[in-house]
Each structure stands twice: as C-alpha cells, then as structure tokens.
Design a protein around this ligand. Structure first.
Ligand SMILES: NC(=O)c1ccc[n+]([C@@H]2O[C@H](COP(=O)([O-])OP(=O)(O)OC[C@H]3O[C@@H](n4cnc5c(N)ncnc54)[C@H](OP(=O)(O)O)[C@@H]3O)[C@@H](O)[C@H]2O)c1
Length: 291
C-alpha cells in the first residue's frame, strides 16, 4: 500500500503511528507546510514532503504514486481563523484535489476528515448520516461545501471516497482536565443541558485506518457511544480533579446546537470503539445524570 496523509497534525500523526504499528510494509508519505515539522514527522514515514495542498504542483507530487490518500487538513496555528481562513484551507485544497484526480490514475481511495459540526440543531434529538446537514455558521458551511467537492470526486469511476465526520476530539495533548480546570467555580451562561459529542483521537485514527483497510465509502459519523450534556461533562471532569463545580446562569442559550449524533453506521461497519465514553467510567456520570 502506498499511502499519503495530507495534513499531518493531531489526527494525521495518530494515524501515521497506527500505520507504523499495523502496516509496517506500507509506503507512507506525510505532508507538512512547514520545514520545522520535518524532524517530528520523519521517524513515522518513508517520506516527508513540504506541501501546501492548495498548490496544484505540490499536491500532485504528494499524491502521484499513492493508491490511498488521507486528507486531514485543519487551519494552521492555534488561533481561531475566520471563515475566509477556512475557505483557503479546505476549499482551495479540495478544489485542487478535484482538478488533479484525472491525473492520479493510481489513487483508489480517499478518506477525508470532516466534522459533525455540519449538523444543525435537533433540540436534543438524534441525528445520523441520513439527516440533512444544516450548518449553523459560516465555518460549518465551508466544511459542508468541502464535503460536496469530495462527493463529486466519488462520482469518478474507480475512486472511492469516505467522509468521516469527526466529533470533538480529545486525547493526549488535548485532555479535558486541562481544558476545563480554568472553569472551576465559575458562573457560565446557559443551563448546560445541551448535548456535546466527542471522539477520542485513538478512535479517530482507528476509524480512518479501517476506512483504508476495508475501503469504506460514503459518510460515516465518528463519534463515541454517549453524547453528554455539557453540564455533566464539565462537572464530571472538575469533580474527578477535586475542583469546584460550575454554576449555570439558568437561561437557555440562544442559537445553540443541541443534538445527539448517532454512531450506528460506524458500528454497522464493524468498528469497535476503544473509548466508548468520554469520562471512561459510567459511574462518574450517573451521579449527575440529568433525566
Ligand atoms: N480538532 C477537532 O476537535 C475536530 C473536530 C471535528 C473534526 N475535525 C476534523 O479533523 C481535521 C483534522 O483535525 P486535527 O485536530 O488533526 O487538525 P490539526 O492538528 O490542526 O492538523 C491539521 C494539519 O493540516 C495541515 N495544513 C493546514 N493547512 C494546510 C494546507 N493548506 N495544505 C496542507 N496541509 C495543511 C497542517 O500542517 P502543518 O502544520 O504541518 O503545516 C496541520 O498539521 C480538522 O480540520 C477537521 O476537519 C477536527
């Protein structure tokens, strides 16, 4: 297998490590836009290329020999970028990929990390891959447009496309204890009763790996078993650190996006989650579970 991971950040690197463990014979190319990251990526791959995916010649070089491409792009840097930044990262790159596809006869499988943020509000109800996407902001609208570009690619004969809609990521380096400890004892807007949806980075990488191994196609939600109300999550995380709970102001927040995202298709494809729940121990949740 000749595989290129375009955009090798948090998820891309987790996948690269999985590939090293399970497919030591795979010829792996990783891309980065910055020379400084070469040293970090080189131990994981046969080849590291500097590639801005919105530059046709650079993307072509990264994909010319690949039979599998995993596209794991995200805007560069730690700061939030505006919708225009999203367009540049996602749409310019995927437009470029789309134009190149006729020149990439070896490429059979494209696995792409999108986001569950394309789903709209469902007032706490369940949504799945058949639910029409309803982006609630410009950023999510860009992600849906990016998916559409890939859906068009799926119509090309002999190209299989799998769009993996990831829930919010957690895992080493993005752990919840650190993320929430600054909230201890604070009063926050809203009632905290909206559902949040999560996936551990090991499962994001695990699902990507299976999409490659088994040639998945279409849209697949990559989300754990247990959507969790924001208040339960934050309280559970603060409590296990011995920190003070949050007070909620009580008023329902306007414009929220409250839905539980189903992973039935992921399960039907045979994927077994390594981290089925975000807090890891159901007991932590049960104490404060809101009916
Ligand atoms: N993070 C989440 O909670 C979350 C939730 C749902 C869905 N997702 C999806 O998963 C994707 C990957 O997430 P992540 O957390 O792994 O992101 P990340 O750590 O920010 O990594 C994204 C990588 O994309 C690369 N990149 C940026 N612009 C590029 C360009 N023009 N050409 C080529 N490469 C470019 C960057 O490479 P260099 O820095 O090496 O140059 C960066 O390492 C997200 O973008 C999103 O679609 C993420």
């Amino acid at each position: 297998m000749r595989l290129t991971i375009v955009g090798c950040g948090y998820v891309g690197m987790a996948l690269a490590r999985e590939l090293r463990r399970h497919h030591s014979q795979a010829q792996l190319t990783l891309t980065t836009t910055s020379e400084e990251r070469r040293g970090e990526l080189e131990p994981l791959a046969e080849r590291v290329l500097i590639c801005n995916a919105s530059k046709t010649d650079e993307l072509y070089k990264a994909l010319i020999d690949a039979d599998v491409a995993v596209v794991c792009l995200g805007p560069k840097g730690d700061r939030q970028v505006d919708a225009e930044g999203y367009r540049q990262t996602f749409l310019d790159s995927l437009n470029c990929l789309q134009q190149l596809l006729p020149k990439l006869p070896k490429l059979k499988q494209i696995s792409y990390t999108s986001s569950c943020s394309v789903y709209g509000n469902a007032d706490g109800g369940w949504v799945d891959e058949t639910t029409p996407a309803q982006p609630r902001d410009e950023h999510s609208a860009v992600l849906l447009d990016a998916e559409q570009l890939l859906q068009d690619a799926a119509a090309i004969p002999k190209k299989r496309v799998c769009i993996l809609r990831l829930a919010a990521l957690h895992g080493p380096g993005r752990d919840l204890d650190q993320r929430f400890q600054g909230l201890a004892g604070q009063t926050r807007a809203g009632d905290g009763q909206g559902f949040t949806n999560w996936i551990h980075v090991a499962d994001a990488a695990g699902a990507l790996l299976r999409s490659i191994e088994e040639g998945w196609s279409g849209v697949v939600n990559v989300v754990n078993d247990e959507p969790i109300r924001l208040a339960d999550l934050v309280d559970g995380v603060l409590r296990r650190q011995g920190l003070a709970a949050i007070q909620w102001s009580g008023a329902t927040k306007q414009g929220g996006c409250n839905r539980r995202i189903s992973n039935h298709r992921l399960k039907a494809l045979g994927y077994e989650l390594r981290q089925p729940t975000i807090l890891g121990q159901r007991g932590v949740l049960e104490v404060s579970q809101v009916p």
